[in-house]
Design a protein around this ligand. Sequence first.
Ligand SMILES: [Zn+2]
Length: 181
Amino acid sequence: MNKENENTSHVILYPNEMLRSQCVDVSKEEFGSDEFGKFLDYMGHIVVSHRAVGLAAPQVGVNKNILVFAGQIFSNEENKIFALANPKIIVKSDKLISSNEGCLSFPGITVKRRRHESVTVNFSDTDGAERTQQFSGFAGIVIQHEIDHLNGKLHVDGLSKEKKKQVTRKFKKLIKETYPA
Ligand SMILES: [Zn+2]
C-alpha cells in the first residue's frame, strides 16, 4: 500500500451514503473529554497529511457537527489546526463569488461553485465556548463547503443536473482507474 492509498483510506469517498447523513451537535459533556480531543487530533492529522484546507466529521464516518481547518486559512499560523463544533450560519452576504472547490471525498475533481462572499457563523470552540465570527473570501468559501458536509450536502449538489452527472461519471471512472478491483 503506497502512501497515497494509505492516506485516502481514512476518508470516505463519494458516493458513500455516510456523506449524506445529517449530523448532530456535540453535547456539553463531550467538550473536554479525552475522546473528543483524540478525535480532533485524528481529523487534524488527516488535514495535515493530505495538505487539505478543511475536513468535516462525516468524511471520516462520524455524524457529528465538527469541522477542522488548516490554520493558514484563517491566519498566518501555518502549522496550527483550527477546530470548531456546532456551526450555524447566521448572516450571509448578498454578494456571491465563484471558485473551483476540491474535496477530500472527491479526490482529483474540482467543481466550480458560487458561494456567499462572506458568512457570519455561530460556533463552539474546542472548549465548548460559544463564539461568533465572520469569514470572508477563501475562508468563507471553505467554511460554507464544510458546513454543507454537516448537512449531508456536497459541492456537486450545487451544479446543474447535467453537469453533476458529467462530474460524477468522471469521478467514478477516476476511482476505477486508481483502485482497480
Ligand atoms: Zn468536501
